[in-house]
Design a protein around this ligand. Sequence first.
Ligand code: SF4
Length: 337
Amino acid sequence: MMDFALLIAKWYRLNKRKLPWRETKNPYFIWLSEIILQQTRIEQGTEYYKKFITHYPTIQDLASAKEIDVLNDWQGLGYYRRARNLHFSAKLIVNELDGIFPSTYSEIIQLKGVGKYTAAAIASFAYNEETAVVDGNVYRFLSRLFDIHTAIDSGPGQREFQSLADRLIIDSDPATHNQAMMEIGSLICSPQPKCNECPVQQKCLGFENGTIADLPVKTKKLKIRKRYFHFFIFSEGKKTIIEHRTKKDIWQNMYQFPLAETMNEDDPVLFDLNNQTQQSAPIKHILSHQHIFATFHHIDGLPDEIKKDWVIINRSNIQDYPLPRVIDRYLEKTSNK
Ligand code: SF4
């Protein structure tokens, strides 16, 4: 496999995108970039990466930050559990590991929010450990290159692809090799592959056998849950109400306008809407396992009863609170922020 590794490494050196986390071997920075890039596009992730290394240049800075500030800096990226895990792990590393970032795959994978892919990426990029990364791009690339029809989302498939990737990385420069595999999967062996520009086209069994369009194979269809959220924007002068989410879920510790959820699209909203003045069209917000349809109801005046987790704030200060992305989108759209 030596010449395969050399071919892709050469291609990578000539064609790689210049990304800020590729300029460093600092494991803390690489960890930040990997967590930010989970479920986030590179363009958007780059801005957040720069913000985080500026606001928290060391792991000690992140560990000593308040959670609300970290969540605020994360605002707009969604999937807030990632930010909470970063903050939790930074505190753990500072308090229990003398502030020294773990240096092997088996230690890194113990960190909260770090799975096999992320641990392999950090261990290889920062410490050059010979651990092969297999992300969505690598699955696609390998399945076509070796014409493998085992489902990539099945247990046997994951083991087969991991063991293949583990063999390919042997005797290479692990950091370059892993980045090259992912970069070719992303830029060349993309869903619509650019086989004419592929450095390993001559070795590609999928290309030879005409099976590229069928690969990779997947079994499971994701079950999407539909949810109908109704947010209430009360206004009295400059005042409005936000609610602190204490429930253990993806939006824990964030703030939102008071919310009622209905089971179906047309269910009545059980809330006193006598003074309602305006209702938005539903905004569709897509998460990996659920589609949220959010309707915003504007109501004149504040309610008589202020519930336990509600906070009355000055409307213009709303950006001081971490908000779910769907609310942020609505405020951006209506320029009320
Ligand atoms: Fe992917 Fe085409 Fe290259 Fe095969 S030849 S690895 S299908 S880009």
